[in-house]
Design a protein around this ligand. Sequence first.
Ligand code: ARG
Length: 576
Amino acid sequence: MTDFKAKIAAYLAPAADWEAKELTQLLEIPPQAELGDYSLPCFALARRWHQAPQQIALSLQSKLSALPPYIRAIETQGPYLNIFLDPAYYIATAVSEALDIQQQPGKGSVSDQRPVIVEFSSPNIAKPFHIGHAFTTILGEALARIYTHQGYRVLRFNHLGDYGTQFGKLIVAYERWCNQAELEADPIKELNRLYVAFHQAAKEDPELEPEARLRFKRLEEGLEPETTLWKQFRDLSLREFNRLYQRLNIHFDNMNGESFYSPFIPAVVDMLQQKHLLEESEGAQIVRLDEYNLPPCMILKSDGTTIYASRDIAAILYRKKHYDFQKNLYVVGLPQSLHFQQVFAVLKKAGYACADACEHIGFGTVKFAGTKFSTREGHIIELEDLLNEAVAKSRKIIEENNQQRGGDMSAAEMDIAAERIGLGAVQYTYLRSGRERDIIFSWDDMLNFEGDTAPYLLYTYARARSILRKAGCNDLQPDPEADLNSLGSDSELQLGRLLNTFDDSVHQACQANEPFMVARHIGQLARTFNKYYGSTPILNTTDRNNRQDRLELVKACCRVLETGLNLLGIQTVDRM
Ligand code: ARG
């Protein structure tokens, strides 16, 4: 989309005898609309040309008498040069660019095609997929989409938690107490029960913990029956996880879990030893990180088995070697922030520059308002239950709306809409605020058709599509006959601005790893659109030219809304 700021800077550059790039940086957006769309403070110019800034502003203005079509007026106000865009030109450009079939709104291009690894989801095998794991899953997918849209080559990694002493525990519990029928029927539930049973029994029986450690050691040595059992747990769990990923339309490029990296750890240990970084401490092997103000990082336990951190170190070196990433992002909850600092610091201390390309993208905790949520496990809320309930509640609302409208939707159509709205409501709740903030779920809030919610955005979109349908436009293709000349009201300008600056929001969201910036932008667009729709006749305007142009504006809003929602992983519906 046209960068009007850069365009203005290029226009001003010769008159100011100044680099256009620098002028772009100097241009400001004034606090009030009366002061123009952009304003150039002339202080820096004044210093270089040894004149008063007021003087500079006036002389610039006099040099700029032949205005380009996109500028309506240039005025001075003391030391400022105020630039007023031509609203009609601006809106027409914004609308036609949003409807450009060659280029999706907000799409960028990046020359560095080394991959950006987005590691997210990474659930633990044999544990329920709860609403905390949903945060990394939904946030990670949104980030992957935003990076892709910006033009990066993205690889989605799932670092499955499929290793560690807990598998020793699971093997011990499995051999003693497993109920095969339950395991078949609901594997994760049964595995989780076994895990809980182990901990209960271990309180009474001091033999269990050491046995579990031994079983994990045997697993890490590739012995039987541990390896076969572990594979079975892993496959059963993956079957469940994959069902969720499919439902959320998430596909990973790499599902190497922690176990995959275990064989690479001896090489890591050698490397650390050669660099004299490894120290023995109470039988364990550690790397001291005093100079980073961090506690030491354990690499090997006293029994020689690997731990979470060492597997992460091995994973980074493996990824660097095989993928040569330009960025390696970890979408993992904030409580693991120390862990990642230590892992990155060990690599930095060992001289690996790629440590600087690794970043922990943390996020807050998730709670449910009130306790009215039935869960299978008692206290843990599973994502699947949350999704099912959100979909069921959405389905009820759609059914009521449909009845009121006289029933234009079929049952199958309502099912699809309910699935998208329900999932969207959950996804949006995770994504609408800065990621480090804690989230409190509440049904009233999440499904409020008038709040800052996915249902509101989806409803706005569907409403706009319905206007278009009534006018005979069934897709969002631009109408070659529309000249877009009649758009210029304040509310149209507001919409035009939100269309034109969608680019910036996507860009900023990517820079800050904050998908909420996209959410915020389309939220604003939807609210502005609804106001416009409430105050401006679109279908009923008598002027044919007007009607045509306004319909194009509606299409453009739809296209940007849809693109924004898709970047958050949310699918639109044309009717609801
Ligand atoms: N499986 C871990 C958990 O559920 C998260 C893994 C995060 N990724 C990593 N590379 N350490 O807590």
